[in-house]
Design a protein around this ligand. Structure first.
Ligand code: SAH
Ligand code: MG
Length: 188
């Protein structure tokens, strides 16, 4: 899968991020996981193996990716525990019910705050929120890394999102330089 992703430029989690997921799931032993941004199912499968007791709900907007993800999940033998929902996260999230032990945010990089707000109703005082790619190739830290106009907006939004996560007193956040940057937040 990793080779396919590299060939087709699907931005899946890095190897070190994968290790982090195993470590966090090993400690937390999650039973319900919500993922925003499935792509071809790589990270969902990773959570599936890392958290053998978890039911995983994952949302993906691209139809072709949904098919690919479902096929990969079936091949991994995780069809019964991973549910791939096709649609825009902003439209699907309002209908998602119940609390999750882990919420993994890894879809459109400029919309993390919106995704976060939409799943706040699914967080409890035990929820770990993992936001991937928050350093966005360094752009939120240093404007000279910004290559395209579009990325300027994404970079600004990501910066705002990181400020929100670190300043809102309801959350405890730490930022790790793993993969493309990951924020671990805990709903206190
Ligand atoms: N989590 C995956 C990678 C996800 S890449 C892994 O590590 O294996 C980001 C994915 O989010 C892409 O497949 C993209 O199609 C999807 N996406 C982007 N915007 C979205 C939205 N608004 N709702 C749902 N999915 C979205
Ligand atoms: Mg990612």
């Amino acid at each position: 899968m990793r080779e396919f992703a590299e060939r087709t430029l699907v931005p899946i989690i890095t190897r070190d991020m994968e290790r982090l997921i195993y470590t966090l799931c090993g400690i937390k032993k999650p039973r319900r996981i919500l993922e925003i941004g499935t792509a071809i199912g790589y990270s969902a499968i990773c959570y599936g193996f890392a958290a053998p007791e978890a039911e995983i709900t994952t949302i993906e907007v691209r139809e072709r990716s949904v098919y690919k993800a479902r096929a990969n999940i079936e091949e991994a033998g995780l069809k019964d525990r991973i549910n791939v929902i096709h649609g825009k996260a902003e439209e699907i999230l309002p209908d998602i019910e119940g609390y999750f032990d882990i919420i993994f945010i890894d879809a459109a990089k400029g919309q993390y705050r919106k995704f976060f707000d939409l799943c706040e109703k699914n967080m409890t005082h035990d929820t770990l929120i993992i936001s991937d790619n928050v350093l966005y190739k360094g752009m939120p830290c240093d404007d000279s890394f910004i290559d395209e106009r579009r990325n300027k907006t994404i970079s600004r939004r990501m910066k705002d999102y990181l400020s929100f996560l670190s300043e809102d007193p309801r959350f405890e956040t730490s930022l790790l330089a793993i993969g493309d940057g990951v924020a671990l937040s805990y709903f206190k």
